[in-house]
Design a protein around this ligand. Sequence first.
Ligand SMILES: Nc1ncnc2c1ncn2[C@@H]1O[C@H](COP(=O)(O)OP(=O)(O)OP(=O)(O)O)[C@@H](O)[C@H]1O
Ligand SMILES: [Mg+2]
Length: 244
Amino acid sequence: MTTDNPTQIRTEAVSVSFGGLRAISNVSLSLAKGEILGLIGPNGAGKTTLVNCLTGFQRPTGGRVLVNGHDTSKWHARTFRMRGIARTFQGGRLFKEMSVLENVEVTGVSLGLRRRAAALEAHGILASIGIDHLAHRLAGTLPYTDERRVAIARALVMKPDFLLLDEPAAGMSDHECEDLTNIVRSLPDNHGCGVLLIEHNMSVVMGLCGRIHVLDGGRTLTEGAPDDVRNDTSVVDAYLGSDV
Ligand SMILES: Nc1ncnc2c1ncn2[C@@H]1O[C@H](COP(=O)(O)OP(=O)(O)OP(=O)(O)O)[C@@H](O)[C@H]1O
Ligand SMILES: [Mg+2]
């Protein structure tokens, strides 16, 4: 039985095996529109694999993924996108020979917008996250902290109900993290989406997320409010150490 909020994505006891390696075991989590959910855990814990399942890039080998109550087992990645689920990638995937504006615009065109409408839309989105001054820079010349912001802008063109961000602050300075934190914090209100945030920077995660889901070795260690997670001894032992 499912008790689905009409606008939520959820995994139900999802498992993923790669040959003999069990990358995800029995993980259940949900993300509602309007919330920011943190997904944390050590390297190799299965965070990206879980996001791949939630976006159609990886089929679960067990359990299922539900989008707004619909079973997605026959969906392709494109179907997930059309149903309002957008993502960014851990490594960033911009078209390096194109300008920032064109990178964002091309997503609009692929959704069926005419070039001019797509450009207008792209300008609006770049402005909404404070990077319109980068519009005419070649994407390949950006420092990767700016690349991350452009990747978020590209995802927002789809007007997603859900946006899944895979380590958007990796390698950023404290100041850049603060800037990114402000962008992510504005997403539910300004763009109406639920956000799943994978991030190793704990001050970013703790400052942004209403709930945090912790994975370790492909299994759920715990899920709870930031303060509960911060004080959970199993999380401290497996991941946080005494840093937070
Ligand atoms: N396509 C694949 N084929 C085989 N093994 C894979 C594949 N993708 C991931 N894995 C393995 O699955 C496990 C989980 O990987 P995953 O990338 O999901 O972890 P992660 O939590 O995102 O780690 P990180 O913090 O380093 O990004 C790891 O052991 C990884 O080596
Ligand atoms: Mg990862």
